[in-house]
Design a protein around this ligand. Structure first.
Ligand code: B12
Ligand code: SF4
Ligand code: SF4
Length: 311
């Protein structure tokens, strides 16, 4: 391993990222699959996914001259028992917004690269940039694709968010991750809306029916009667990860279902009851959601979700 790559990976780990890996920046093999997914309308009303199709064909559209990609994972797992009358929020959204946490860490790595490799360029991407993050993370060895479409690390499971640092520096790639679900289909059967579908020879999410989409991205009222299908979730959904065998603790695998040590993620928000959230005012909503992923649902969306979970 070159000294620069070894130092970069060591610094990434020191930031708390694990797993970490490097891949080349050639265009994604799954671009056609992505285009077809959008063409079928599986993205629902997430217009940004359709608008950015051409950009996703090549990461060079985000960073001209990109040669390598550092892919990082950040564990967000923490206990999250359901409490009667309280909003049920997906684990990734319990504390500080991961976009801010991961971007801050990636930028620190980028600034270090500025010193270590003068004249080279980089760009930090976390979720919102038009790049097929899971494919690059798989290529860099972080995990393989589960039937629930999550990237799964055989040792750690899937409770990690992904970040990418695109760079013009040429770094030696790591081997891609290999693995698979075998005959398991626990997530497919447990999904409250049956939106994990096998189409065109691969497992996909029809986002229009995914509780995560409905409670975070969907605007306007729910279809009448669809409340029952939310499975009790007020923001996001973790069912297809909760049931996954790769996310269950194992005595001889300390990384499996390990609780996050990221301070920002452990700063859990205190939410008012569903009754109160249903009628929360703008000022209170603003204070409650500042710096939290839950803000994305908006005031009306959060009220709607709370209402839908009341008897
Ligand atoms: C749009 C989106 C959503 C949508 C659609 C989800 C989906 N599965 O497509 C909605 C709102 C429903 C959603 C929900 C969630 N999301 Co989301 N989401 C995204 C986003 C922005 C784009 C995903 C995308 O391109 N979807 C389109 C489909 C077609 O892509 P895909 O499922 O990733 O499949 C591609 C690859 O898997 C690949 N592929 C599949 N099999 C194979 C095989 C081979 C050999 C190859 C080469 C490629 C390949 O081909 C596909 C096409 O490119 C990414 C961030 C990003 N920029 O990539 C985060 C991201 C996928 N989401 C994430 C998370 C955490 C979630 C939730 C867990 C949040 C929650 N608790 O509510 C749920 C999980 C739902 C689920 N089972 O997927 C994480 C996933 C981390 C991980 N370990 O996998 C990401 C990567 C964000 C991040 N930076 O961490 N999400
Ligand atoms: S997040 Fe929930 S609704 Fe979406 S695929 Fe997973 S289990 Fe199904
Ligand atoms: S629950 Fe089973 S089928 Fe679903 S992702 Fe995990 S191993 Fe794969």
């Amino acid at each position: 391993m070159t000294g620069l790559k070894a130092d970069l990976l060591a610094r990434a780990r020191a930031e708390g990222f694990d797993p970490v890996g490097v891949c080349d920046a050639r265009p994604p093999e799954s671009f056609d699959a992505y285009r077809e997914w959008v063409a079928k309308g599986h993205h629902g009303t997430m217009a940004y996914l359709a608008d950015s199709v051409p950009l996703r064909a090549d990461p060079a559209s985000l960073l001209p001259g990109v040669r390598s990609i550092l892919a990082v994972g950040l564990n967000y797992h923490q206990p999250n028992p359901a409490e009667t009358g309280q909003p049920r929020v997906a684990q990734y959204a319990l504390g500080r917004d991961y976009h801010k946490v991961v971007r801050g860490k990636l930028r620190r790595l980028g600034r270090w690269l500025d010193e270590a490799a003068p004249g080279e360029r980089w760009r930090a991407c976390v979720d919102s940039a038009p790049v097929l993050e899971r494919e690059y993370a798989q290529r860099a060895g972080l995990g393989w694709f589960g039937k629930n479409t999550m990237l799964i690390d055989s040792h750690r499971g899937s409770w990690f968010v992904i970040g990418l640092l695109l760079t013009t520096v040429a770094l030696e790639p790591d081997p891609p991750a290999v693995g698979g679900c075998g005959r398991c289909r626990l997530c497919v059967d447990a999904c409250p809306t049956g939106c994990i579908v096998f189409e065109d020879g691969r497992w996909q999410i029809d986002a229009r029916r995914c509780v995560s989409y409905l409670t975070i991205e969907h605007e306007g009222p729910f279809e009448p009667g669809s409340e029952a299908g939310l499975g009790g979730w007020t923001f996001g959904c973790d069912v297809c990860q909760e049931v996954c065998p790769f996310n269950q603790p194992r005595p001889h695998q300390p990384l499996r279902a390990a609780v996050t040590t990221e301070p920002g993620f452990l700063e859990r928000r205190e939410w008012p009851t569903l009754e109160r959230l249903r009628v929360v005012g703008h000022e209170e909503w603003d204070a409650l959601t500042r710096g939290s992923p839950v803000r994305r649902a908006g005031l009306d969306g959060l009220r709607r979700n709370a209402q839908a979970n009341l008897p």
